[in-house]
Design a protein around this ligand. Structure first.
Ligand code: ZN
Length: 182
């Protein structure tokens, strides 16, 4: 397993968000419960050459990770498997003030803007590749598996349909303190 990735925080993170890599707007940390605050909150609109189907509220380091992962893994694998780039990323959500599945006390990385649930990809010609439908399907399945393997270089936890039923339709990608590559 590759070593856990590290991303700058604070001003250094914002400075590293090159305009060609990430399109984003500033956002406020969600108010209310302190355990669900986001450090360096931003709203990501596009990353690594692909538009998010809807903007995602995340912390700056997650945006940096998503941009590098999309540019260095998703786009090259799309070129290899389909001969064209990915133009759109679909996701099931980013920030969410909730506990970790199965835990009464520990908060999910989603609660601090350090996780994204990635559900699929739309290619330049409009074809859609989805984790739910294509994980075991020929060339699209091989693309998804290559993308999931590559994600481990950019995120500390990568959960896939191999992990459990909860992840049958998305990749959970997070920057938490633990290390899991499924
Ligand atoms: Zn998740």
């Amino acid at each position: 397993m590759p070593p856990p990735p590290r991303y700058a925080a604070g001003a250094a993170c914002y400075a590293a968000l090159a305009p060609e890599a990430v399109r984003w707007t500033p956002a406020a940390s969600p108010s209310g419960r302190r355990r669900c605050a986001i450090a360096d909150p931003i709203r990501v609109e596009a990353a690594g050459g692909a538009v998010l189907e809807r903007p995602a509220l995340v912390g700056c380091p997650l945006a940096a990770a998503l941009a590098a992962f999309t540019r260095d893994v998703v786009q090259p694998e799309a070129a290899r498997h389909f001969g064209q780039p990915v133009r759109r990323l679909s996701h099931l959500g980013a920030w969410d003030c909730r506990r970790r599945t199965g835990s009464l006390f520990r908060m999910s990385e989603h609660a601090s803007g350090r996780a994204l649930d990635l559900a699929g990809f739309e290619l330049a010609d409009g074809r859609r590749i989805s984790v739910a439908r294509d994980w075991n399907e020929g060339n699209a399945g091989r693309f998804l598996r290559a993308v999931a393997t590559g994600a481990c270089r950019y995120f500390s936890i990568v959960l896939t349909p191999e992990t459990d039923r909860n992840h049958r339709d998305h990749f959970h990608l997070d920057l938490g303190p633990y290390r899991v590559c499924d």
